[in-house]
Design a protein around this ligand. Structure first.
Ligand code: FMN
Length: 141
């Protein structure tokens, strides 16, 4: 178990949701899956009609690289880092980026965090989104 793992959450809008190539569930299906694998970054991604919510986990500063790339990627708008926290163990250790597809009900869960919350997200809302993503990911196995 890594001793100093970090979990970072982002919620971001993408300007190219429509042209987003629906990835397969293969963990090496795209360049950024491969990049996460090299960095030993794991995580999960869920989409809604307007938003992506993404969780990245990794040791030391390894998640900073993809999080910085996502933040400066001009195809996204309104990238927000919701939480950056220490964790004892990863929740998505088997996935370079589990893709949970598009789920309409997560729209509200993401929006309440990204739009209606102030600087500090309400832990209850984060917990609900995390539980939803974790539940979807369990079904991918
Ligand atoms: C929904 C979505 C999720 C992404 N997730 C990751 C990711 O987990 N890791 C990553 O390296 N890039 C990810 N990317 C791609 C980055 O936004 C960026 O284009 C890529 O990392 C190249 O960054 P660079 O300019 O630093 O080379 C994602 C892009 C999208 C649209």
């Amino acid at each position: 178990m890594p001793s100093a793992s970090l979990r970072g959450w982002t919620a971001h809008r993408s300007t190219y949701v429509r042209s987003w190539p629906r990835p397969t569930r293969s963990p090496t299906s795209s360049r950024f899956h491969a990049r996460n694998a090299v960095l030993d970054v794991t995580g999960a991604l869920v989409a809604s009609q307007h938003w992506f919510a993404q969780i990245l986990e990794g040791s030391g500063g390894s998640i900073d690289t993809p999080m910085t790339s996502i933040s400066r990627d001009r195809r996204h708008r309104d990238v927000q880092i919701l939480v950056y926290e220490d964790i004892k163990e990863r929740q998505f250790p088997d996935w370079t980026l589990a893709y949970n597809g598009s789920a309409h009900f997560v729209d509200g869960l993401i929006e309440v965090l990204a739009v209606r919350t102030g600087a500090t997200p309400v832990p209850y809302h984060l917990h609900r989104l995390m539980q939803g993503i974790a539940e979807f990911t369990r079904r991918l196995h």
